[in-house]
Design a protein around this ligand. Sequence first.
Ligand code: OAD
Length: 234
Amino acid sequence: MQKLVVLSGAGVSAESGIKTFRDSNGLWEEYRVEDVASIDGWHRNREMVLDFYNQRRRQLETAQPNDAHKLIASLEKDFEVTVVTQNIDNLHERGGSSKIIHLHGELTKVRSIKTGEWNSISSNPPAVFDIGYKDIHLGDLAPDGGQLRPHIVWFGEAVPELSRATKTVEQADILLIIGTSLNVYPAAGLINYTKSGCRIFLIDPQPIHVNAHNFTQIQAKATDGMRKLLEILS
Ligand code: OAD
């Protein structure tokens, strides 16, 4: 079976009603990224950061996977698929995908601040707890007595899943990039690790150029773009 790797971003969840970050009316027009999604922001105002992610969790509870998530899952019939997502929502899981690497963490998980930075080279990965869609507040403690924090990779922190994602992309016969502006590194740099001969498809309503051989953009929203891609691959 050919190996197909999906690199997804916020746009794949847009049709589920979840705002992207950099589109007009996106989250970074409403909030300052350095306030709510950076380690410095956490040290400055933990309540503001917890509140931002509490709101994201409440919204996720009512969101449903859309046809793009489901069609990505359906690729598993014909390909060995790994989804490498920048998204912290769980809509790929709920859409039926079985192998998912969350580069930027997961909204429904928390950990103690005492475990320090989540680090791939650490011999003791931090204990992570499922919180579902519940809020976290200042004073909510992990079993080790440390304040709970979202299990999210913030700007200014390492990306522990990067090496696993890089190895996965290196083996891809097909790379599908969907719903990402490719503005954030190291995630955006993953496309440089494809082997020669890898076919690269990109689904996005905006024109986005990737300087690579075998590159095809399907300029469409995620759901329509996935339908077109399935025709091309069939
Ligand atoms: P962006 O908001 O930067 O980009 C979203 C992309 O989705 C854009 O290219 C849009 O054109 C596209 N888009 C919008 N609607 C779409 C639709 N219906 N179907 C398909 N595509 C659509 O989001 P990301 O690239 O995911 O990180 O952002 C990367 C990271 O920046 C996020 O993981 C987050 C953010 O800061 C952290 O917070 C650590």
